[in-house]
Design a protein around this ligand. Structure first.
Ligand SMILES: C[S@@+](CC[C@H](N)C(=O)[O-])C[C@H]1O[C@@H](n2cnc3c(N)ncnc32)[C@H](O)[C@@H]1O
Length: 331
């Protein structure tokens, strides 16, 4: 447990600064939920009972040299994750789902969409493919030898054919809500579902970038709204939701806000601490919250001062071979 980040993350007295051990998370073979393990996700996964988790929603390291990851050869990276994916399969309920959100990595100027690389691993593990969700983005590195990449993806697989899926809590407004049938028995009746439509597989939800309302010091946070759609459609109240790469705890925060139980693993202590702060709903010195629900309840969504232990405004110097958000080009 180290705390060597240049942006200190002090925890208030009411938050225990000692992360739980595996023995405190799985007691006599039973899960004690609503905790985040500060360590390797494979250790946590191996300790979890079979069929104990309803939904896994996660974004693993992309292997692009961010501060929390090593830049491994592709095959090595994929094989490491195969072990995690196999454990995820074991711990899911028969009705369970996994969402695996990734982007692309470049090697020697070549473009590798990570979902394409991961897809066969999920199939070989026995997962049933459900959707390849496109998550568009309006910003990013500028391509010099190709079109600039402007989307990420989220693969959705289920453990079996009999998966739980409820689209009702995640319906979006109809494009033509008052359109009426012009012939037949239903002539004159509204043709579309008044409760809204299925949101489809292109999820145009804003990314967490510099100055985003949710931004913490984590450099690869995904937005609560993206997680909420996956969580609400594949789990019920009281179910257990897991993020093996929890980061700043976006998935646990959304689970908690929606009356689900959560578990997470995060190897970096500084992110584990941010997670505790977000989950506790403790405001920063400006009275603002990193937890979006609390932020919105406090009417702060338009504030320019929100944020919570945010990253320094100036991106840090990149290590050799490491990319930062300051990089202007993919190659
Ligand atoms: C892409 S980020 C996830 C960010 C998260 N979705 C959020 O919204 O904050 C991946 C995270 O996985 C963590 N990580 C990488 N390898 C890990 C491992 N083997 N076990 C646990 N955490 C790991 C990294 O430290 C990083 O915080």
């Amino acid at each position: 447990m180290t705390d060597d980040d240049e942006v200190p993350v002090p925890l208030p007295d009411e938050i225990d600064s000692e992360p739980p051990s595996i023995e405190e998370i799985v007691v006599d073979g039973e899960v004690e939920p609503d905790q985040i393990y500060n360590g390797d996700c494979l250790e946590l996964l191996k300790a979890l009972p079979d069929g104990s988790v309803q939904s896994i929603i996660t974004s693993p390291p992309y292997n692009i040299g961010k501060s929390y990851e090593t830049n491994s050869p592709m095959e090595e990276y994929l094989e490491e994750h195969r072990k995690v994916i196999e454990e995820c399969y074991r711990v899911l309920t028969d009705e369970g789902s996994i969402f695996w959100q990734v982007a692309v990595t470049t090697r020697d100027g070549h473009h590798y969409p990570l979902d394409v690389k991961f897809f066969p691993i999920f199939e070989e593990t026995g997962f049933v493919p459900r959707n390849r969700i496109i998550w568009p983005k309006s910003h990013g590195l500028h391509g010099r030898i190709r079109f600039s990449c402007r989307h990420e993806t989220m693969l959705w697989f289920t453990k079996t054919e009999d998966h739980y899926f409820n689209v009702d809590p995640v319906r979006i407004p109809q494009k033509w809500p008052n359109k009426k049938s012009y012939q037949g028995d239903n002539k004159g009746e509204v043709t579309s579902n008044p409760d809204g439509k299925n949101p489809g597989d292109v999820w145009d939800i804003g990314h967490v970038k510099w100055n985003h309302e949710e931004q913490t010091l984590h450099e690869a946070q995904f937005p609560e709204d993206l997680v909420e759609r996956a969580l609400l459609s594949t789990s019920r109240e009281g179910d257990l939701v897991l993020d093996p790469y929890a980061g700043s705890a976006t998935v646990p925060v959304v689970a908690q806000d929606n009356d689900r139980h959560f578990l997470g693993a995060e190897k970096e202590y500084k992110y584990w601490k941010i997670a505790q702060l977000r989950l506790a709903g403790v405001p920063d010195k400006n009275g603002n919250y990193a937890n979006l629900k609390l932020l919105r309840e406090a009417g702060r969504e338009n504030s320019s001062e929100y944020g919570y232990h945010r990253r320094p405004a100036e991106p840090q110097e990149a290590e050799e071979g490491q990319k930062t958000l300051a990089d202007l080009s993919e190659d």
